[in-house]
Design a protein around this ligand. Sequence first.
Ligand code: PLP
Length: 408
Amino acid sequence: MALVNEHFLKLQNSYLFADIAKKVNSFKITHPKDKIIRLGIGDVTQPLPEAVRAAMHKAVDDMGSRETFRGYGPDQGYAFLIDAIIKNDYAARGITIDPSEVFISDGAKCDTGNIGDILRRDNNIGVTDPVYPVYIDSNVMAGRAGVYDGSKWSDVVYIPCTAENHFVPDLPSRRVDILYLCYPNNPTGTTLPKEELRKWVNYALENDVIIMYDAAYEAYIQDPEIPHSIYEIKGAKKVAIEFRSFSKTAGFTGVRCGYSIVPKELNGFTVDGKPISLNALWNRRFTTKFNGASYITQRGAEAVYSPEGKQQVKALIDYYMTNARIMREGLLQCGLDVYGGENAPYIWLKTPGNIPSWKFFEKLLYEVKIVGTPGVGFGPSGEGYLRLTAFGDRDETQEAVERLKNSL
Ligand code: PLP
């Protein structure tokens, strides 16, 4: 008899976005003529940069000739992409990364979800709350989350990030072994100043904590004082894994490419206290269960770092950040409390009159025909908030803001 992993049975039945889709679809059936503007899901809308497409076309041609055809690629990714990443994303900020510390993947969701494979089941997990749901669900699957009480998992340490603490998390009150930090943050769109990030790195150094640092939105940082990488903080290579993605940077949500940095200095421990290189363990996990992002994809990602690619990516990010500004300004004019949207493509709204997130979601859908994401779907501290994304089309974003101004 094949027994299943019963931890999967503890997962919440319907995923946040499935619940939203259900409500939107019923509304569409009953109001077929109404134009709905979707500012809910965090997918991009603008096409791939020209430089990326040209590189991918050329890579397809490479595959068509005997001399330039590529089969299985190198274990951790092609040197051309790893070198471009090191040079542009790290050396340019004074950070030294060895090629063996870079793992090219098919995206940050897979990496943040899979990394738990190399860690024991009985580690204590800490997350900032509200949180990107993958960190929680992947730990539920591994049996690390405990029991769900309808709002929280018993074995997860939730670190609230709300307007009351200016979205700056306090150090946890309970012991954690693995801590997930995501900056710029999804869903709140807020960032962490350098001195706050330093506080976390020092805490991790003093308490043998591993930080899973998700920097999927670093390309949206506008303020030069805000760190793009956790390795800008001294000592971080001893305590942190960093996850990056080309999804939101360069429109790769459908192409699929990301990477992780697992420093050689970073150790986990056996139960009897023996240090073990996480880089070696992750290499073993990675090469056993994954065969690499395609050559065509990696050539496309490499082009993000070409002079034209950089310009086109900047234009893409400027486009979304202009949407964010339009939304922020419009919503502020409506008298709403608005957070994020200055160094991130997400706007985090306090619901007017503190009405529950789902009620406000329904009000926006039924009265203004705009789809947001209820904040409570990201964790208990998201109750009373709603997330809007700046990834929409410009005209639709403008129309959404006009509708909100007229209605709120
Ligand atoms: N990390 C965060 C915080 C995200 O919000 C997302 C996507 O929404 C991802 C990772 C997923 O990135 P990818 O498309 O590279 O899997």
